[in-house]
Design a binder for this molecule. Structure first.
Ligand SMILES: NC(=O)c1ccc[n+]([C@@H]2O[C@H](COP(=O)([O-])OP(=O)(O)OC[C@H]3O[C@@H](n4cnc5c(N)ncnc54)[C@H](OP(=O)(O)O)[C@@H]3O)[C@@H](O)[C@H]2O)c1
Length: 389
């Protein structure tokens, strides 16, 4: 029986994780759940899974949640970062599913590693902002890190039993999102609804916008570089609109090993939870005879400047990926709130990056400081941009 803490249980990854837990009560139990502000769903999850501990964003929400639970509920309620850390480090927990969105996942994920918990990592922003610190923590505390992102799970599955030295490159696939064929000049006028309309994947709002701008692929390139210890020049991106091949590894002998499947996050989540075994997920089996074709192309960097910005942030190094990540979070939030247009997202990120001189990050507090600076800086640019928009 594997005992889980799920950080971000009310999100897209969190709810899919709970579906898997519910389908395998003989394998998994839930010790702690955390949410942001979606109390209605969270109260239902608490009633269904009876965790020891449940955590919400702040004290006010904690008070409201308590009043929604039946008297005599055995679940302790906490809030804020202290609550997240308590959930991540709970003595009974074996594995922490890190599925909070954004840099908010940094502190609890680091705390979980320090407490010796294995990690199923969905929250790619932790590796983007502080990859060197996280990989060092993982080694020092001897914990296992299992990728949840479908591309990284595909690489993880295609790499097993092979030597890192035998890899010539990895190829991350990208669907290209809803704007793959939209004329570049029309990207200025696309709406939030257009951007949220992803052709293949159903995901949270932030990652869906990141997929439309291809910042998601940029974040994944950085994540892959840390996870698989590969330099950027050995990580390529191919546009593959069908999302059937989830990524591939090319070896020095010319062989390529790929992982295929129906696009459904339950498969990589289940593999992270049950590794090295495989368990039924309910994911629709792939019928290759029903596919009309699998196509591949190089990404168009004029259409998707966010991808170049991600590569640039890694070559600039040190604090630049954290600055880029925070600026992207502000830009996406501003776009979702209708304050800026879609094409302003890369502009805002680039202006923030141009205003920053990379500095070495020696601790998670250093990362959080740079993250705050970037948020302040990009909010200022955003206000100026918003006035013009
Ligand atoms: N969705 C996917 O298919 C997918 C695939 C690969 C990787 N990922 C990665 O997985 C992570 C989660 O993505 P998602 O799509 O599941 O996101 P999502 O649907 O937006 O869910 C995010 C979760 O985090 C909680 N949360 C948000 N801000 C928080 C904060 N400041 N403090 C504490 N909790 C907070 C939310 O709570 P409330 O909703 O209750 O406010 C929710 O439970 C992201 O890093 C994403 O890049 C997602």
């Amino acid at each position: 029986m594997k005992k889980l803490t799920i950080l971000g249980s009310t999100g897209s990854i969190g709810t899919s994780t709970l579906d898997i837990v519910a389908a395998h009560p003989d394998r998994f139990t839930v010790e702690a759940l955390t949410a942001g502000a979606n109390l209605d769903l969270f109260a239902k999850q608490i009633a269904r899974f009876s965790p020891r501990l449940a955590v919400v964003l702040n004290e006010e929400l904690a008070g409201r949640l308590k009043s929604m639970l039946p008297s005599g509920s055995g679940t302790e309620i906490m809030s804020g970062v202290d609550g997240l850390v308590a959930a991540a480090t709970l003595t009974e927990t074996d594995m922490v599913v890190a599925a909070i969105v954004g840099a908010a996942g940094l502190v609890p994920t680091a705390a979980a590693i320090k407490a010796g918990k294995d990690i199923a990592l969905a929250n790619k922003e932790t590796l983007v902002t502080a990859g060197h610190l996280f990989m060092e923590l993982i080694k020092r505390h001897n914990v296992r890190l299992y990728p949840v992102d479908s591309e990284h799970s595909a690489i993880f599955q295609s790499i097993e039993g092979h030597r890192n030295a035998d890899i010539s490159r990895i190829i991350l696939t990208a669907s290209g999102g809803p704007f793959l064929n939209t004329p570049v000049e029309s990207l200025r006028s696309v709406t939030v609804g257009d951007a949220l309309n992803h052709p293949n994947w159903s995901m949270g709002r932030k990652i869906t916008i990141d997929s439309a701008s291809m910042m998601n692929k940029g974040l994944e390139v950085i994540e892959a570089s840390w996870l698989f210890d590969l330099p950027l020049d050995r990580i390529d991106v191919n546009i593959h609109p069908q999302s059937i091949i989830h990524s591939m590894v090319e070896y020095i002998d010319g062989c390529v090993i790929a992982q295929l499947g129906t696009p459904d996050m339950k498969a990589p989540i289940a593999y992270a939870l049950s590794y090295p075994e495989r368990i039924p997920t309910g994911v629709k089996p792939l019928d290759l005879t029903q596919l009309s074709g699998l196509t591949f192309a190089k990404p168009d960097l004029e259409r998707f400047p966010c991808l170049s910005l991600a590569y640039r942030s890694m070559s600039d190094g040190e604090s630049m990926p954290a600055v880029m990540n925070a600026a992207n979070e502000i830009a996406v939030e501003a776009f979702l709130e209708g304050k800026i247009g879609f094409s302003h997202i890369p502009e805002l990120i680039e202006m923030t990056m141009d205003s920053h001189q990379p500095v070495a990050l020696g601790s998670i507090s250093d990362v959080l400081e740079v993250d705050l600076w970037s948020r302040r800086c990009s909010r200022e640019f955003c206000m100026k941009m918003g006035n013009k928009y």
